[in-house]
Structures are given as C-alpha cells and as structure tokens.
Design a protein around this ligand. Structure first.
Ligand SMILES: [Zn+2]
Length: 362
C-alpha cells in the first residue's frame, strides 16, 4: 500500500460519512427490509404452488423453478447476508436479528458468521489469512504458488459456482480439517470438531429434507419433477451468488496484501485496504437489490453493518473521497466486471512468465 496517502484524514472523512449516514438510518430502512421479506415470502409460496400445477402442464415446473430461484436469491442476498451482518439489529426485531436468523442455504448461519463476518471482512484479501481469497481452490493472484491443478481451474471455478452453497457450508470444516488433512498448528477454533460436525449435518439435513423430500412428497406422483425443479432453483441461486461475489473481489485490478504489510494497521490503512480489495457493479435499483447491494462491495467492506439501502446512497461520496486521496475506485457494468473475473481466473491458470516470489498458502 502506498505511503503517500494521508490515512489519518481518510479515516476522518470516512468516519464522518459513516456517522452522518447512521443518523439518517431509521423508518426507511425498516420499511425496506420488511417489504423485502414480504415480497420474498410471497414469491416463495407462489413458486411452490405453481410447481404443483405441473399436473396440468410440465412448463409450470420451469416457471416455479425460476420464481423459486429468484426468491432464494432475494433471501440469501438482500435479506440473509445483510441481516446476518447485524444491519438491522437496531430494530430489536427477533426475526431479523443477526443472533437468531437462519437462512435458506445449506451453510449454517453461525458458521458463516465466524468465517465471513470476522475473518473475510477483517482480513480482506490478505493472502494466507482471508480464506475467501480463491477459497483454497483457485489461484487468483501471482502471490500464490502455481500448482498443476491450476491448469484446469477454469473448470474448477464453474463447478465451484454451481455448488457454491456447499463450498460455503464446508468452508469452516475444511479450514479446521474436520474430515481430512492435518490441523494447522496456528489454528485456534472456539468449537470442537464434534460441534462443527453436528451443526453442519443438522443444517444440511434440514435443507435436504425441505427441498428434496418434503415438498416433492406433497406433489405425490409428481415427486421427481418437483425435486428436479427445486434442484434447478438451488443451482441457479448458487450460480448467481457466486458470480456476484467473484465480481466484488476478483476483478482485474483488485489487490492482494501480505500479512507483513498489514501489521499494526491503522484505521485509515484498514479503510484503504478495503477499498483496494473490493470492486463495484453499476446497474438499476432492482439489480442492486438482487445482489444484496453487494454491487456496492466497496461501501459494504467499509461499513459492513450499515443497512444495505444506504450503500447506493453514499457510493458517489465514497468515490469522491477515494479520488481526492488518489485511491483507485474499481467500478463497472456487470459484463465488464465479470469479463475481468474470467480473465483473471484464466491468466492465473498458468505459471508466471517471470519468476515472482511464491507464498505457500494453497
Ligand atoms: Zn459481507
């Protein structure tokens, strides 16, 4: 990170913006999240009913699948991710409180909070500390040693996208080497392997029962059709969520950091790293909602617990602050950013032309 940046005034300006924005948080945000929940519940119930109508024509299955995928995306992104960040804890509503909320995905909410809220948001893009960087499967930077498996990482990436919820669910268990591998000496987990396993299987069982047994059974002889439609909805949701998340962290210019660089980091330096480690997507309001406002990944990384509706509102001010301090503000359309992600995965599939020092983290 450059030393020329005045990190002290960067922190002051961003803290001022944060305070000013939090003063406005209130009814508008509460109405927004409640409206999202109403829309999402209506969409999900409608999708389940429409699927049952496949008794008249099979095309109802396709329609039901698409609506269910949409409802699941809304639940995971605009509702789940943001509620679990504690963005609505101030409302004191037990149904949308980060401590109690459980989402419609195989990943257990508490496990996700430990890995995402704490690890990924604190150590964003620090190689070796942020396990979200490439998820231990993909080489997304030449700071990582090239391995043979990287040759086919383009295929690995698409498989990961399709199975994304399973990757997220297994993330903590993989890191703790619960099933395979040797535990790393420096890992300090607050939970035992037994507890991690119990929570994992409990959540996975609940999700599998709901989508692949309970609702298909309700359809009687159309069991298989409904099961496949539910599977399709889950895969579509996985593809979308992973694509949005990759666009937020793995576009061309997004930077990585070493542990040493981030030692004794000040608040201004932390803000600076968050800005360099994230990228935004431009688009209409409905698009921002479908991304859970992760289209404003930069603003989300600066202020993770701020109600999501405020991100688009402050984006231009954050960009102005970045420009003033000479910090790159990475933003672009969905197709430009996604193209950059695919290029990054492709480029790092191959060994570097000139030798760069490798860090053994994969
Ligand atoms: Zn987040």
């Amino acid at each position: 990170m450059s030393n020329i940046i005045d990190h002290e005034s960067l922190a002051l300006e961003l803290n001022r913006l944060k305070e000013k924005t939090w003063e406005r948080v209130g009814d508008k945000d509460a109405r927004h999240i409640r409206r999202m929940i109403r829309i999402q519940r209506t969409a999900e119930i409608s999708a389940r009913i429409i699927m049952m109508l496949c008794f008249f024509h099979w095309s109802f299955l396709i329609l039901g699948m698409l609506i269910l995928a949409w409802a699941k995306i809304l639940e995971n992104m605009e509702i789940g991710h943001n509620v679990l960040h504690g963005q609505y804890d101030w409302m004191n509503d037990p149904n949308i409180n980060s401590r109690h909320y459980e989402w419609d995905i195989v990943s257990d909410a508490k496990s996700w909070k430990r890995i995402h809220n704490h690890e990924h948001h604190t150590y964003t893009n620090i190689i070796g500390k942020d396990r979200d960087f490439g998820y231990g499967l993909l080489r997304m930077s030449n700071d990582l040693k090239w391995r043979r498996k990287n040759l086919w990482q383009f295929i690995t990436y698409f498989n990961l996208s399709l199975m994304f919820e399973w990757g997220v669910a297994y993330h903590e268990l993989a890191a703790e080497r619960v099933f395979i591998g040797k535990k790393k000496k420096n890992r300090v987990s607050t939970l035992s392997d037994q507890e991690l396993k119990r929570m994992f299987f409990q959540k996975v069982g609940k999700q599998l029962f709901k989508d692949y047994l309970f609702f298909p059974l309700l359809a009687g002889p159309l069991f298989l059709g409904v099961l496949l439609a539910n599977l399709g909805a889950n895969l579509l949701r996985n593809l979308w969520t992973s694509t949005i998340i990759f666009c937020g962290h793995f576009t061309e210019d997004v930077q990585t950091f070493t542990e040493k660089e981030c030692e004794n980091e000040t608040q201004g330096q932390w803000y600076h790293r968050q800005m360099l480690g994230s990228s935004n997507l431009t688009g209409p309001k409905w698009f921002h909602i479908m991304t859970g406002h992760l289209s404003c990944q930069i603003e989300h990384h600066l202020f993770p617990d701020m109600p999501s509706l405020r991100y688009t509102e402050i984006a231009s001010e954050v960009q102005a602050i970045a420009q003033k301090h000479g910090i790159p503000y990475n933003t672009g359309s969905f197709f430009t950013q996604y193209g950059a992600v695919l290029k990054r995965i492709w480029v790092h599939s191959f060994p570097d032309k000139k030798h760069t020092p490798a860090i053994k983290t994969q």
